[in-house]
Ligand binder design. Structure first.
Ligand code: UDP
Length: 327
């Protein structure tokens, strides 16, 4: 396949690009580098352009005879989306619509879409399956769910094919150690904990310990970025005309913020001081995936499911690149 990845210079995108290239597919990355890193793109041509630039997108699709798009470019911070919803609906939803139209104009009919567990909001039942109620509690989740709904309508009306992958908490890095997570500013739990272990920050702030969970801190389902990348390859290879399917991607095990910090202490041998602070807006207490549908429908099997493995691989990346891609 000839695959165009939006946001392919980002953390998840760079791992997905590598997995596709290893599976023998040709990749073109379109990224405006507002968050991504040119040096994270090693197995693809990089086109520096904005997804909103319809002319550039149509040219990239036709110049490279693209048959499948993987749309990863997005803003991803739930708390920021509460403060600045306009940014999320513009960048995630409106630009998603513009990309769909550029695809139609270029005659490209298949897309894998980066969706999120945030589409579920605060589900009562765990693990969450894809038929559970979609009821986001922050604009980030809503901005992604809007796109999922657009995909359903486009699949039916225009006979395009889509697979939405609902990511739970993605972490870790390619064990090769040359690509990894480098967000600026970093807001995610595992990289921040490791930055404390490296002495970049004095301590961790735990965002609330009064949730209804075993130790009072939020519970999440952490998935290795390479397992997530494998699922994109399987999805891209299986999209059928007129389909608009959604699959959860997680390991089916929940870990609290305190458990993540404790595992990182064991992996790094560092004390990692932590202090409880206030809750962060937009955080649901608990998110754990059932990925049974991805296993049955895509033949997906996570190969690096242990939290300690995920943290070890992240630790190897951070240790090797204390300043991320600036090194
Ligand atoms: N978290 C925390 N301190 C931090 C960063 C995150 O306690 O400095 C918590 C956050 O409130 C959430 C969990 O860690 O419950 C995972 O947050 P992250 O931002 O990594 O991913 P999210 O669940 O928002 O996608």
């Amino acid at each position: 396949m000839n695959v165009l990845l939006t946001g392919g210079a980002g953390y998840i995108g760079s791992h997905v690009t590598r997995a596709l290239a290893e599976a023998g597919h040709r990749c073109v990355v379109v990224d405006n580098l507002c968050k991504g890193h040119a040096t994270a793109v090693s197995e693809a041509e990089l086109v520096v352009a904005d997804v909103a630039d319809g002319r550039a997108m149509r040219a990239a699709m036709s110049d490279h005879a693209i048959d499948t798009v993987i749309h990863l470019a997005a803003f991803i911070e739930a708390a920021e989306s509460v403060a600045e919803p306009d940014k999320y609906f513009r960048n995630n939803t409106l630009i998603g619509l513009m990309l769909l139209d550029a695809m139609r104009e270029a005659g490209v009919g298949r897309m894998v879409f980066s969706s999120t567990a945030a589409v579920y909001g605060q589900p009562e039942r765990m693990p969450i399956d894809e038929d559970d109620r979609l009821d986001p509690i922050n604009p980030y989740g809503a901005s992604k769910l809007c796109v999922e709904w657009m995909l359903r309508a486009y699949a039916q009306a225009y006979k395009m094919g889509f697979i939405s992958l609902r990511y739970f908490n993605v972490a870790g890095a390619d064990p090769a150690g040359d690509i990894g997570e480098d967000h600026r500013p970093e807001t995610h739990l595992i990289p921040l904990v490791l930055q404390v272990a490296m002495g970049k920050h004095e301590q961790m702030s735990i965002f609330g310990d009064d949730y209804e969970t075993d130790d009072g801190t939020c519970v999440r389902d952490y998935i290795h970025v390479c397992d997530l990348a494998d699922a994109h390859v399987l999805a891209a290879e299986r999209i059928g005309r007129g389909c608009a399917d959604a699959y959860n991607l997680g390991n089916g095990a929940g870990f609290s913020v305190r458990q993540v910090i404790e595992t990182a202490r064991q992996v790094t041998g560092s004390k990692i001081p932590a202090e409880v602070g206030p809750r962060r807006p937009g955080d649901p207490p608990r998110l754990i995936a059932s990925s049974q549908r991805a296993m049955d429908g895509l033949g997906w099997r996570p190969k690096r499911a242990e939290l300690s493995t995920i943290i070890e691989h992240a630790w190897a990346w951070h240790n090797g690149h204390p300043d991320g891609y600036a090194d």
